[in-house]
Write a protein that binds this ligand. Sequence first.
Ligand SMILES: N[C@@H](CCC(=O)N[C@@H](CS)C(=O)NCC(=O)O)C(=O)O
Length: 222
Amino acid sequence: MALIIYGMGPSPFVRKVRAVFAEKSIDYTLENVNIFPAPDWFTEISPLKRIPVLRDTERAEPNTIADSSAICVFAEQLVQSPSLYPQDSFERGRACWFEEYADTEIAGAVGMGVFRPIALAALMGKDQDTDAANKTMTERMPVIFDYLTRELGDSEYLVGEGLTIADISVATHFVNLQHAGFKPDAAKWPTLAAYVERILARPSFKPLIEEDAPLFAKTRVA
Ligand SMILES: N[C@@H](CCC(=O)N[C@@H](CS)C(=O)NCC(=O)O)C(=O)O
């Protein structure tokens, strides 16, 4: 099987899929696609013009999957151990809930509210909007940090006793927050800050963070 992930390293959704593949030791090639704007050939396999898209080159066409959650389900079925979806039905539902929460609410807050006005703006040669980022960090992110703190309690993982798709989906957005120069204040959210640090230190995340760090070293807010 020869798998291609189309996307860009800094995309949190591409990173989510790459971290899942790393946890499961699934080989793939990352093929860079610039979506600003998406080329015509890419729109054909990604009707929403979004990354990531997965292609299995050893299958007859159509051989692509155009959504990170769908790709992660494929990966789970392809390589079942370690499983990233709880066996217990309720816990599985909760894991998928956190994935959805991360893909929508956290992605929106971090992506549009912090990463875009700071990191992306600088990379595109535009002025950074630190006011917008600070506003998101003081108004919108605390609601998310409080919620995650509550749901975590004293646990090491968001759902059950082990790493699940919930942790990977949530943690990937904290990488973009970090690349922009922000993180949850450990004095206010100590369990969340420790949790994020723990998940991002995993061998599935660490190299991906290091890969992009030089790109953001100069754009991040000190
Ligand atoms: N639901 C999609 C969301 C993917 C997504 O929004 N990707 C962003 C990059 S981080 C994108 O491609 N944005 C391009 C656009 O919105 O035009 C998934 O989970 O794969």
